[in-house]
Design a protein around this ligand. Structure first.
Ligand SMILES: C[S@@+](CC[C@H](N)C(=O)[O-])C[C@H]1O[C@@H](n2cnc3c(N)ncnc32)[C@H](O)[C@@H]1O
Length: 319
Protein backbone atom coordinates (compact mmCIF):
# COMPACT_ATOMS: atom_id res chain seq x y z
CA UNK A 1 0.00 0.00 0.00
CA UNK A 2 1.31 3.44 -0.90
CA UNK A 3 1.14 5.55 2.27
CA UNK A 4 1.41 9.33 2.23
CA UNK A 5 1.95 11.63 5.13
CA UNK A 6 -0.60 14.20 6.14
CA UNK A 7 0.59 17.34 7.84
CA UNK A 8 -2.01 19.97 8.56
CA UNK A 9 -1.16 23.57 7.83
CA UNK A 10 -2.42 24.67 11.25
CA UNK A 11 0.29 26.42 13.27
CA UNK A 12 -1.73 26.21 16.46
CA UNK A 13 -2.37 22.48 16.37
CA UNK A 14 -0.21 20.81 13.67
CA UNK A 15 -0.78 17.09 13.11
CA UNK A 16 1.22 14.36 11.38
CA UNK A 17 -0.67 11.32 10.14
CA UNK A 18 -0.57 8.66 7.45
CA UNK A 19 -3.11 7.91 4.77
CA UNK A 20 -3.54 5.71 1.69
CA UNK A 21 -6.07 6.14 -1.12
CA UNK A 22 -6.12 2.85 -2.99
CA UNK A 23 -7.71 2.65 -6.42
CA UNK A 24 -8.56 -1.04 -6.58
CA UNK A 25 -11.12 -3.71 -5.90
CA UNK A 26 -11.53 -3.89 -2.13
CA UNK A 27 -11.40 -7.67 -1.89
CA UNK A 28 -7.99 -7.75 -3.58
CA UNK A 29 -6.62 -5.14 -1.18
CA UNK A 30 -8.17 -6.75 1.90
CA UNK A 31 -6.62 -10.12 1.07
CA UNK A 32 -3.17 -8.51 1.32
CA UNK A 33 -3.82 -6.90 4.72
CA UNK A 34 -2.64 -8.18 8.09
CA UNK A 35 -4.98 -9.31 10.87
CA UNK A 36 -6.04 -6.94 13.72
CA UNK A 37 -4.73 -3.70 12.21
CA UNK A 38 -7.77 -1.43 11.82
CA UNK A 39 -9.68 0.21 14.68
CA UNK A 40 -12.77 1.42 12.81
CA UNK A 41 -14.24 0.32 9.50
CA UNK A 42 -16.94 2.74 8.37
CA UNK A 43 -18.58 2.34 5.01
CA UNK A 44 -21.61 2.70 2.85
CA UNK A 45 -21.42 -0.25 0.43
CA UNK A 46 -23.08 -0.28 -2.99
CA UNK A 47 -26.81 -1.05 -2.52
CA UNK A 48 -27.23 -3.09 -5.72
CA UNK A 49 -29.66 -0.52 -7.11
CA UNK A 50 -27.94 0.06 -10.45
CA UNK A 51 -25.91 3.19 -9.70
CA UNK A 52 -23.22 4.13 -12.23
CA UNK A 53 -20.54 2.30 -10.21
CA UNK A 54 -22.34 -1.04 -9.79
CA UNK A 55 -23.98 -3.81 -11.78
CA UNK A 56 -27.39 -4.79 -10.48
CA UNK A 57 -27.67 -8.50 -9.68
CA UNK A 58 -29.95 -10.77 -7.62
CA UNK A 59 -30.05 -10.09 -3.89
CA UNK A 60 -28.54 -13.57 -3.33
CA UNK A 61 -25.50 -12.87 -5.58
CA UNK A 62 -25.05 -9.44 -4.08
CA UNK A 63 -25.02 -10.76 -0.51
CA UNK A 64 -22.62 -13.59 -1.42
CA UNK A 65 -20.08 -11.12 -2.85
CA UNK A 66 -20.41 -8.86 0.18
CA UNK A 67 -19.95 -11.78 2.59
CA UNK A 68 -16.48 -12.59 1.27
CA UNK A 69 -15.45 -8.95 1.74
CA UNK A 70 -16.94 -8.88 5.25
CA UNK A 71 -15.02 -12.01 6.31
CA UNK A 72 -11.79 -10.09 5.57
CA UNK A 73 -13.05 -6.93 7.25
CA UNK A 74 -13.64 -8.91 10.45
CA UNK A 75 -10.16 -10.42 10.17
CA UNK A 76 -8.35 -7.07 9.80
CA UNK A 77 -10.37 -5.43 12.59
CA UNK A 78 -8.58 -5.01 15.95
CA UNK A 79 -10.05 -6.64 19.06
CA UNK A 80 -11.15 -3.27 20.45
CA UNK A 81 -12.45 -2.19 17.04
CA UNK A 82 -15.84 -1.44 15.50
CA UNK A 83 -17.55 -1.71 12.14
CA UNK A 84 -20.18 0.88 11.17
CA UNK A 85 -22.15 -0.24 8.11
CA UNK A 86 -24.41 2.42 6.63
CA UNK A 87 -27.18 1.07 4.41
CA UNK A 88 -30.64 1.78 3.03
CA UNK A 89 -32.96 -0.41 0.95
CA UNK A 90 -32.57 -2.46 -2.17
CA UNK A 91 -35.83 -2.16 -4.13
CA UNK A 92 -36.87 -4.65 -6.81
CA UNK A 93 -40.13 -4.17 -8.76
CA UNK A 94 -41.56 -2.14 -5.92
CA UNK A 95 -40.61 -4.69 -3.22
CA UNK A 96 -38.38 -3.33 -0.48
CA UNK A 97 -35.44 -5.36 0.89
CA UNK A 98 -34.02 -3.57 3.96
CA UNK A 99 -30.30 -4.25 3.55
CA UNK A 100 -29.49 -4.03 7.26
CA UNK A 101 -31.57 -7.17 7.86
CA UNK A 102 -29.43 -9.08 5.35
CA UNK A 103 -26.17 -7.60 6.64
CA UNK A 104 -27.02 -8.31 10.29
CA UNK A 105 -27.04 -12.05 9.52
CA UNK A 106 -23.63 -11.89 7.86
CA UNK A 107 -21.88 -9.89 10.59
CA UNK A 108 -23.45 -12.09 13.29
CA UNK A 109 -22.28 -15.23 11.47
CA UNK A 110 -18.75 -13.82 11.60
CA UNK A 111 -18.91 -13.39 15.37
CA UNK A 112 -19.58 -9.65 15.68
CA UNK A 113 -21.92 -8.14 18.27
CA UNK A 114 -24.41 -5.42 17.47
CA UNK A 115 -24.19 -2.38 19.80
CA UNK A 116 -26.63 -0.05 18.05
CA UNK A 117 -28.82 0.10 15.02
CA UNK A 118 -28.65 3.82 14.42
CA UNK A 119 -31.43 5.53 12.51
CA UNK A 120 -30.12 8.28 10.25
CA UNK A 121 -33.25 10.34 9.66
CA UNK A 122 -33.68 12.92 6.93
CA UNK A 123 -36.50 15.12 5.76
CA UNK A 124 -36.15 15.05 1.99
CA UNK A 125 -35.84 12.47 -0.75
CA UNK A 126 -37.83 10.77 -3.48
CA UNK A 127 -41.61 10.92 -3.10
CA UNK A 128 -43.06 7.40 -3.33
CA UNK A 129 -46.56 6.90 -4.72
CA UNK A 130 -47.17 3.19 -3.99
CA UNK A 131 -45.74 3.12 -0.45
CA UNK A 132 -44.71 5.64 2.21
CA UNK A 133 -41.73 7.79 1.19
CA UNK A 134 -38.49 6.53 2.76
CA UNK A 135 -36.94 9.03 5.15
CA UNK A 136 -34.27 7.10 7.01
CA UNK A 137 -31.35 4.79 6.53
CA UNK A 138 -29.49 2.84 9.19
CA UNK A 139 -25.97 2.41 10.51
CA UNK A 140 -25.28 -0.99 12.06
CA UNK A 141 -22.57 -0.59 14.70
CA UNK A 142 -20.84 -3.88 15.50
CA UNK A 143 -17.88 -4.66 17.76
CA UNK A 144 -15.50 -7.59 17.63
CA UNK A 145 -15.33 -8.14 21.41
CA UNK A 146 -16.82 -6.72 24.63
CA UNK A 147 -13.63 -4.72 25.14
CA UNK A 148 -14.38 -1.97 22.62
CA UNK A 149 -13.51 1.73 22.48
CA UNK A 150 -16.47 4.00 23.27
CA UNK A 151 -15.82 7.67 24.04
CA UNK A 152 -19.31 8.94 24.81
CA UNK A 153 -18.05 12.26 26.18
CA UNK A 154 -16.55 13.14 22.76
CA UNK A 155 -19.97 13.13 21.10
CA UNK A 156 -22.42 14.36 23.73
CA UNK A 157 -25.02 16.86 22.51
CA UNK A 158 -26.64 19.76 24.34
CA UNK A 159 -29.40 18.66 26.68
CA UNK A 160 -32.92 19.97 26.04
CA UNK A 161 -33.47 20.72 29.74
CA UNK A 162 -30.03 21.36 31.29
CA UNK A 163 -31.67 22.94 34.35
CA UNK A 164 -33.60 19.79 35.28
CA UNK A 165 -33.07 18.63 38.91
CA UNK A 166 -33.79 15.45 40.86
CA UNK A 167 -37.19 16.00 42.48
CA UNK A 168 -36.94 13.29 45.17
CA UNK A 169 -34.48 10.93 46.87
CA UNK A 170 -31.00 11.68 48.27
CA UNK A 171 -30.08 13.84 45.25
CA UNK A 172 -33.24 15.99 45.53
CA UNK A 173 -32.52 19.51 44.28
CA UNK A 174 -29.27 18.58 42.54
CA UNK A 175 -28.90 18.92 38.78
CA UNK A 176 -29.72 15.58 37.14
CA UNK A 177 -27.97 16.06 33.78
CA UNK A 178 -24.35 15.89 32.67
CA UNK A 179 -22.62 19.28 32.16
CA UNK A 180 -20.94 17.79 29.06
CA UNK A 181 -24.36 17.23 27.49
CA UNK A 182 -26.53 14.17 26.87
CA UNK A 183 -26.07 10.92 24.96
CA UNK A 184 -26.90 11.64 21.28
CA UNK A 185 -29.18 8.53 21.20
CA UNK A 186 -29.55 6.12 18.28
CA UNK A 187 -31.58 8.47 16.09
CA UNK A 188 -29.36 10.91 14.22
CA UNK A 189 -30.84 13.83 12.36
CA UNK A 190 -27.66 15.14 10.87
CA UNK A 191 -26.75 17.07 7.79
CA UNK A 192 -28.99 15.14 5.40
CA UNK A 193 -31.86 17.59 5.81
CA UNK A 194 -29.70 20.57 4.98
CA UNK A 195 -27.95 18.53 2.38
CA UNK A 196 -31.03 17.55 0.45
CA UNK A 197 -32.82 20.84 0.77
CA UNK A 198 -29.75 22.53 -0.62
CA UNK A 199 -29.27 20.21 -3.54
CA UNK A 200 -32.97 20.22 -4.37
CA UNK A 201 -32.29 23.79 -5.49
CA UNK A 202 -35.13 25.35 -3.53
CA UNK A 203 -35.31 29.12 -3.99
CA UNK A 204 -33.87 31.09 -1.08
CA UNK A 205 -31.61 28.19 -0.09
CA UNK A 206 -28.05 27.83 -1.37
CA UNK A 207 -28.02 25.70 -4.50
CA UNK A 208 -24.85 23.77 -3.66
CA UNK A 209 -23.85 22.08 -0.45
CA UNK A 210 -20.21 22.78 0.41
CA UNK A 211 -19.32 19.07 0.53
CA UNK A 212 -21.04 17.97 -2.68
CA UNK A 213 -18.80 16.43 -5.38
CA UNK A 214 -19.38 14.40 -8.55
CA UNK A 215 -20.24 11.31 -6.49
CA UNK A 216 -23.95 10.33 -6.67
CA UNK A 217 -24.24 9.08 -3.06
CA UNK A 218 -21.66 10.63 -0.84
CA UNK A 219 -22.33 10.54 2.86
CA UNK A 220 -21.76 13.65 4.95
CA UNK A 221 -18.43 13.98 6.75
CA UNK A 222 -20.31 14.86 9.94
CA UNK A 223 -21.99 11.44 10.02
CA UNK A 224 -18.59 9.72 9.99
CA UNK A 225 -17.09 12.17 12.47
CA UNK A 226 -19.49 11.11 15.18
CA UNK A 227 -18.43 7.46 14.72
CA UNK A 228 -14.73 8.34 14.51
CA UNK A 229 -14.83 10.43 17.68
CA UNK A 230 -16.87 7.92 19.69
CA UNK A 231 -15.28 4.68 18.52
CA UNK A 232 -11.58 5.47 18.08
CA UNK A 233 -8.75 7.34 19.79
CA UNK A 234 -6.25 9.75 18.27
CA UNK A 235 -3.68 8.04 15.99
CA UNK A 236 -5.90 4.97 15.52
CA UNK A 237 -6.60 3.59 12.02
CA UNK A 238 -9.90 4.13 10.18
CA UNK A 239 -10.73 2.34 6.91
CA UNK A 240 -13.44 2.54 4.25
CA UNK A 241 -13.50 -0.35 1.73
CA UNK A 242 -16.10 1.43 -0.50
CA UNK A 243 -14.75 4.89 -0.04
CA UNK A 244 -16.20 6.93 -2.91
CA UNK A 245 -14.73 10.42 -2.68
CA UNK A 246 -13.09 9.74 0.68
CA UNK A 247 -15.58 11.18 3.19
CA UNK A 248 -14.45 8.62 5.80
CA UNK A 249 -10.80 9.54 5.37
CA UNK A 250 -11.61 13.25 5.58
CA UNK A 251 -13.43 12.66 8.89
CA UNK A 252 -10.52 10.55 10.17
CA UNK A 253 -7.73 12.98 9.26
CA UNK A 254 -9.72 15.97 10.48
CA UNK A 255 -9.89 14.28 13.87
CA UNK A 256 -6.27 13.07 14.05
CA UNK A 257 -6.72 9.47 12.94
CA UNK A 258 -4.72 7.59 10.25
CA UNK A 259 -6.74 6.22 7.36
CA UNK A 260 -7.04 3.85 4.39
CA UNK A 261 -9.60 4.43 1.68
CA UNK A 262 -10.34 1.93 -1.13
CA UNK A 263 -12.46 2.53 -4.23
CA UNK A 264 -12.47 0.83 -7.62
CA UNK A 265 -13.25 4.05 -9.53
CA UNK A 266 -10.19 6.17 -10.39
CA UNK A 267 -12.27 9.35 -10.68
CA UNK A 268 -13.50 9.06 -7.08
CA UNK A 269 -10.01 8.29 -5.77
CA UNK A 270 -8.65 11.40 -7.49
CA UNK A 271 -11.43 13.45 -5.93
CA UNK A 272 -10.65 11.93 -2.52
CA UNK A 273 -7.00 12.94 -2.90
CA UNK A 274 -7.99 16.43 -3.96
CA UNK A 275 -10.26 16.79 -0.91
CA UNK A 276 -7.50 15.56 1.43
CA UNK A 277 -5.04 18.08 -0.05
CA UNK A 278 -7.58 20.84 0.54
CA UNK A 279 -8.09 19.66 4.12
CA UNK A 280 -4.32 19.67 4.63
CA UNK A 281 -4.11 23.24 3.34
CA UNK A 282 -7.10 24.31 5.41
CA UNK A 283 -9.41 24.99 2.44
CA UNK A 284 -11.84 22.06 2.57
CA UNK A 285 -15.35 23.13 3.42
CA UNK A 286 -17.24 20.69 5.65
CA UNK A 287 -20.35 21.25 7.67
CA UNK A 288 -19.30 21.75 11.30
CA UNK A 289 -20.25 18.78 13.49
CA UNK A 290 -23.38 19.49 15.52
CA UNK A 291 -24.47 22.52 13.47
CA UNK A 292 -28.21 23.15 13.79
CA UNK A 293 -30.40 21.91 10.97
CA UNK A 294 -31.89 24.50 8.65
CA UNK A 295 -35.45 25.33 9.72
CA UNK A 296 -37.50 27.27 7.22
CA UNK A 297 -38.75 30.56 8.60
CA UNK A 298 -42.41 31.55 8.30
CA UNK A 299 -41.24 34.31 5.98
CA UNK A 300 -39.71 31.71 3.69
CA UNK A 301 -41.90 31.67 0.55
CA UNK A 302 -41.46 27.94 -0.13
CA UNK A 303 -42.36 27.05 3.49
CA UNK A 304 -45.72 28.88 3.39
CA UNK A 305 -48.94 27.17 2.25
CA UNK A 306 -49.64 28.50 -1.27
CA UNK A 307 -52.80 30.58 -1.69
CA UNK A 308 -54.10 28.07 -4.24
CA UNK A 309 -54.23 25.38 -1.48
CA UNK A 310 -55.49 27.40 1.46
CA UNK A 311 -59.17 27.11 0.56
CA UNK A 312 -59.07 23.56 -0.73
CA UNK A 313 -60.94 21.23 1.59
CA UNK A 314 -59.31 17.89 0.69
CA UNK A 315 -57.83 16.29 3.82
CA UNK A 316 -57.44 19.41 5.87
CA UNK A 317 -53.72 18.98 6.51
CA UNK A 318 -53.04 22.62 5.76
CA UNK A 319 -55.97 23.96 7.79
C1 LIG B 1 -22.28 4.21 -1.72
S1 LIG B 1 -20.79 4.60 -2.48
C2 LIG B 1 -19.82 5.21 -1.16
C3 LIG B 1 -19.72 6.70 -1.10
C4 LIG B 1 -18.87 7.22 0.02
N1 LIG B 1 -19.47 6.92 1.30
C5 LIG B 1 -18.64 8.74 -0.09
O1 LIG B 1 -19.00 9.49 0.83
O2 LIG B 1 -18.14 9.19 -1.13
C6 LIG B 1 -20.09 3.04 -2.80
C7 LIG B 1 -18.73 3.07 -3.49
O3 LIG B 1 -18.22 1.74 -3.58
C8 LIG B 1 -17.40 1.64 -4.73
N2 LIG B 1 -17.27 0.20 -5.03
C9 LIG B 1 -18.26 -0.63 -5.46
N3 LIG B 1 -17.77 -1.89 -5.55
C10 LIG B 1 -16.47 -1.85 -5.17
C11 LIG B 1 -15.45 -2.81 -5.03
N4 LIG B 1 -15.66 -4.10 -5.33
N5 LIG B 1 -14.22 -2.42 -4.61
C12 LIG B 1 -13.98 -1.10 -4.32
N6 LIG B 1 -14.93 -0.13 -4.44
C13 LIG B 1 -16.14 -0.50 -4.84
C14 LIG B 1 -18.13 2.48 -5.77
O4 LIG B 1 -17.25 2.95 -6.77
C15 LIG B 1 -18.72 3.62 -4.90
O5 LIG B 1 -17.93 4.78 -4.96
Amino acid sequence: MDFRSFQSSSVIDPIKLQYAIVNSDSLTVLKSMQNDTIDLIMSSPPYNIGKAYEEKTSIENYIETQEEIISHLVRVLSDTGSICWQVGNYVNKGEVFPLDIFYYEIFKKHGLQLRNRIIWRFGHGLHASNRFSGRYETILWFTKTDDYTFNLDSVRVPSKYPGKRHFKGPKKGQLSGNPLGKNPSDIWTTIKEDWDSEIWDIPNVKANHPEKTVHPCQFPVELVERCVLALTNENDWVMDPFAGVGSTSIAALKNKRNTICIDKEAEYCEMALERIKKLEQGFLKTRPIGKKIHQPSINDKVAAVPNEWVNLDIFGVYK
